[in-house]
Design a protein around this ligand. Structure first.
Ligand SMILES: C[S@@+](CC[C@H](N)C(=O)[O-])C[C@H]1O[C@@H](n2cnc3c(N)ncnc32)[C@H](O)[C@@H]1O
Length: 515
């Protein structure tokens, strides 16, 4: 590929993991709608616009039996990604410096094609090519993930983007472009402050959004030439002309109209229940949705949109929802992300409690049924229905196959090579759920040396080294004073490390033994 400089070479996009794009998650959603997508443990994945591979590298590490190819037009980002791949010694992943428009017809077949944050940021002909790639290269039962900015939300955000973009075109230097664009928004917001008009209110809320976002994001979201949001129904129509269809949303709970108030849900049902595209579009109008994460499959794939509890029986379930309120027989559970469910049955309550105790380890539904009291066929059907309701509410997660991590702290625990590599360089690491976890110094120093060959005594020696080098400071729990005496350090380090290991296990950072 020609060495053309792109805006991502000038201002690279930090490359993060996106757990909603992982094959095991995509297979889980497909299963709900009757599509048996290829197993995540033995699949082929293509990522379009993979940046430095922050998403794909984590998947490649956690799914060693699968193969991964990422493409991106930024030579600099691809080169950075390869540095990490080489350092980790991964053999099941390849990053290619390749423009989407140049993807050759003989690229091969993929079970999963994922593209996060690309589709609405490229010109129409590149968008068309992305859909063509899905049409040509997606396996018959494969799933594609495409995220994009959408309307009506972007009609609102677009007002601010338009003014920022316009201002930025008068400057050449990237830093000046952003600074000037931000200061124009600040000026307009100030000038309209106090005006109790829809425009004034909109600007006040958008300025809040802009101040929360990082510069690289604003560069690529508000100052790029291409940012072409589209309505969901337009997206669905474009799928159809490319032999593709909408499968579902990466966030299943957004597809469920009963998550609205009963009156809104009733009206949505009346006007949209006969057609999934219409239903989703009406929900976007109600929510004023800005962003979509759509799952796509071939038009020829036969889907079953009728959700039944039977599907839950083959799933592994996980939940971190905690009891939030109780009144009589009624119990409310809430996840840290704010999803809630209110249940009246003792079995459902027991199941949610069992899931929370096991978190982040999933439990097979049939085992969970036993832990929640068991019973006859009708009881099993009931609990499956309750769990389906919890899944629809965003309270319970599901997957089809076991996880690559363990929540049991073994004698010589191991973190992944990726997490250790990241911990060597900073405080943010990727766990085996595909999430970014921020560590403090003590957890970072411990994680760095979790190579599966050290027990607590050996870890203590490693951390003594970090203390001696001044990289770590040990404080007494009681008064937060610094420990300086070596004997006391050794005495305190053992229990401290044990606590750290439990925390790392609870964050899906300890690797399960591989068969
Ligand atoms: C907004 S970033 C998203 C990166 C990553 N997927 C993420 O979400 O963090 C868009 C990415 O698409 C890549 N890209 C844009 N146009 C492209 C094209 N025509 N061919 C290949 N990659 C392209 C950019 O280089 C950039 O890495």
């Amino acid at each position: 590929m020609q060495q053309r400089q792109t805006s991502y070479d000038a201002i690279p996009y930090p490359s993060n993991p996106f757990r909603q794009t992982r094959p095991e998650r995509l297979a889980g959603i497909a299963k709900l709608f009757g599509l048996d997508a290829p197993p995540a443990e033995h699949c082929r994945v293509l990522e379009i616009g993979c940046s430095m591979g922050g998403n794909l590298i984590a998947m490649a590490q956690d799914l060693p039996g699968s193969r991964f190819i990422g493409i991106d037009a930024s030579a600099r980002q691809i080169a950075d990604g390869w540095k990490m791949i080489d350092a980790l010694g991964l053999r099941n992943i390849e990053l290619k410096h390749l423009d989407i428009l140049d993807v050759p017809p003989d690229m091969g077949e993929f079970d999963y094609i994922v593209s996060h944050g690309v589709f609405s940021w490229v010109p129409a002909r590149v968008q068309n090519k992305m859909l063509e790639i899905c049409q040509r290269h997606l396996a018959p039962k494969g799933v594609a993930y495409i995220s994009y900015n959408t309307y009506p939300g972007w009609h609102i955000r677009g007002i601010v983007r338009d003014m920022m973009f316009y201002r930025s075109t008068h400057f050449a230097d990237p830093q000046a472009r952003l600074a000037q664009a931000k200061s124009l928004v600040a000026f307009v917001a100030e000038a309209t402050k106090g005006a109790d008009t829809p425009y004034g209110r909109l600007l006040q809320s958008e300025i809040k959004h802009i101040t929360q976002m990082e510069d690289y994001y604003l560069h690529h979201e508000h100052l790029e030439e291409n940012n072409q949001p589209l309505y969901f129904h337009d997206f669905a129509s474009r799928l159809a002309v490319n032999g593709l269809q909408y499968l579902g949303d990466a966030d299943f709970s957004t597809m469920v109209s009963t998550n609205f108030s009963p009156a809104v849900a009733k009206k949505l049902h009346e006007i949209g229940a006969h057609d999934i595209v219409q239903m989703e579009q009406y929900m976007d109008f109600v929510r004023c949705r800005y962003f979509r994460k759509s799952l796509v499959c071939r038009s020829a794939a036969r889907l079953n949109r009728t959700l039944t509890p039977a599907v839950v029986r083959d799933l592994l379930l996980a939940s971190d929802a905690a009891p939030a309120a109780a009144s009589g027989e009624t119990h409310t559970f809430r996840t840290p992300g704010g999803h809630t469910i209110t249940c009246r049955s003792g079995a459902t309550k027991a199941a949610l409690e069992a899931l929370r105790a096991a978190w982040p380890m999933p439990i097979a539904f049939r085992d969970l049924f036993g832990q929640a009291g068991g019973g006859d066929e009708a009881a099993m059907e009931f609990l499956a229905g309750e769990m389906l309701t919890c899944m629809a509410a965003g309270v319970v997660e599901w997957r089809l196959t076991p996880v690559p991590f363990t929540t049991t702290v073994g004698k010589q625990p191991a973190a992944t090579a990726l997490a250790r590599y990241q911990a060597e360089r900073g405080y943010k690491v990727t766990n085996m759920r595909g999430e970014t976890i921020t560590l403090d110094e003590m957890h970072r120093q411990t994680l760095k040396v979790l190579d599966g060959a050290r027990d607590v005594a050996a870890l203590t020696e490693s951390l003594m080294g970090a203390l001696a080098r001044g990289e770590l400071v040990l404080q007494r729990d009681e008064d937060k004073t610094t420990v300086k005496d070596e004997t006391e350090m050794r005495r305190l380090l053992g229990p401290a490390i044990e606590k750290v290991l439990v925390n790392l296990a609870r964050r899906a950072l300890l690797q399960a033994a591989r068969a």
